[in-house]
Ligand binder design. Structure first.
Ligand code: ZN
Length: 203
């Protein structure tokens, strides 16, 4: 009996619980030290369950836990964004505007890459869209779809490319200006002086 109680205490000592906030989401991280080869993490609701080898240093572990937490939060968000087929319907509607409509088999919102608004593979029919596009106006998302589909006819940004994409999507130039503005402000947001930031946020 004593041995059982003792190992129970030991188990509690090996487990630490801490709060961690990534991408504005606060998680309860339960970190258990045990004989595992790598640091592993799973996200169950708002609880992050981590197992870590005993030898990993605290600072290194904290950094790894943050990285894993962010990856899992973003993956969970992608699942929410991809839970319905609205974007697929939009992409197929836009594809019909091309003289020879490219085939769109699936559309996935991606939450791991920051740099590209979209990509499309004519071979697989898979279109990937930047995860934040869901929050932008529908006509902007449609313009990104048209841009990516037009690349299946012209790989470059030649005059012929722009002619084709403008025919399929007359709002192309306005959408490009809109996206430039979005990129501009998001790249600078953290560095903006507090007053300008507050003014832009409307407060
Ligand atoms: Zn392009």
């Amino acid at each position: 009996m004593r041995a059982g109680a003792g190992s129970g205490t030991l188990r509690r000592m090996r487990e630490t619980v801490q709060k961690i906030t990534v991408d504005g989401t606060t998680l309860r991280a339960r970190i258990v030290r045990k004989r595992v080869r790598n640091v592993n993490a799973t996200l169950v609701g708002n609880e992050l369950r981590v197992s870590a080898p005993p030898g990993v240093q605290r600072a290194e572990l904290d950094a790894m836990v943050r990285r894993l937490a962010r990856m899992l939060v973003r993956r969970a968000r992608a699942e929410v964004l991809n839970a319905d087929d609205r974007a697929l319907a939009v992409a197929r509607k836009v594809a019909e505007k091309f003289p020879k409509p490219p085939r769109v088999r699936s559309v996935r919102f991606v939450t791991t890459q920051r740099s590209r608004w979209g990509s499309y593979s004519p071979g697989t029919g898979l279109m990937r869209l930047h995860g934040s596009l869901r929050q932008l106006p529908a006509w902007v998302l449609e313009a990104v779809v048209a841009h990516e589909l037009a690349h299946s006819f012209h790989a470059d940004h030649s005059a012929a490319f722009w002619k084709l994409v403008r025919e399929a999507c007359p709002a192309t130039d306005r959408a490009n200006a809109f996206l430039e503005g979005v990129s501009w402000i998001s790249e600078r947001w953290e560095r903006l002086p507090p007053v300008e930031r507050a003014l832009l946020a409307g407060s």
